[in-house]
Design a binder for this molecule. Sequence first.
Ligand code: ATP
Ligand code: MG
Length: 308
Amino acid sequence: MSNAPSTSNAASAEKLRDRERYLAKLIVPPGKRIVLAEDYNPSFTADFTHKKEAEQQLAENIAELAKYQEILYAQNTYALLLVFQAMDAAGKDGAIKHVLSGVNPQGCQVYSFKTPSSEELDHDYLWRSAKRLPERGRIGVFNRSYYEEVLVVRVHPEFLDAQQLPDSARDNIWKRRFEQINAFEKYLFENGIVVLKFFLNVSKEEQRQRFLARIDEPEKNWKFATADVKERGFWDDYQRAYEDCLNHTSTEWAPWHVVPADRKWFTRLAVSEIVIRTLKQLNLRYPEVSEDRRRELLEIRKLLEAEG
Ligand code: ATP
Ligand code: MG
């Protein structure tokens, strides 16, 4: 009886260690080479065997995230930018919707990047992203991002023709873009904008199943785009582009996470855990009120009381 609490403490400490271990496995280690197909399993669910168990943990995380977000907002020093990249139907929209469902809408900004407009094409490729960066105190979400510039554009290099680049910019373009992106993210990090990147790693078979469901279930028809099947035809090219991108742009200051995406409930849970862990590491604090301000507040309080 008397040792019950310590047993349960030990069990929860063990659980935390397990969690740290599986989260660590999802990070693309900066400077190391990963092989997407070998190192990351799209149906990995750590030690979660039931959807219910994961959903319960997700609900707790959502509540915790809401608390951190309030302090982030009050402190107004840092911003968090969550970048989501994936093949179609990997669950970006669902992950964003669920993970941020408890957060004050005023504290977050979500932006979905589509094919660039002619105005956007007339600028350098980071321009449209720079315009959408979150303000301090906010959580920004990029549903697709400047990473499309080394993914879809790499798979379809003819898109470069519309970008009006000087010839010199096209030499070694992917390597240069990786370096430019790393430098951009370092600049953001050093200025208080913390970038976290998620590649939702869905398998080709699971994508096929989800496309079939989008055709078979009338209420999902709107989600199905014929172009998605065309892009599926370039699956291997995309996997190669993703792998190279992850290998060149996972950095200490803006790491990539390869999040298993064949079980949506696990994707959402893993993203929420990674976001919370990062917010914890920021040591967020409510702004401290100076002695003078405190005295001033007490004076105002007296006046308000006197009115009653
Ligand atoms: P959903 O299908 O869930 O609505 P989505 O992110 O797939 O979300 P779509 O409108 O279907 O949105 O697709 C956006 C398209 O824009 C993608 O095919 C993407 O590759 C393309 N795109 C995004 N950025 C760029 C870019 N910089 N250059 C070329 N194409 C881009
Ligand atoms: Mg789409």
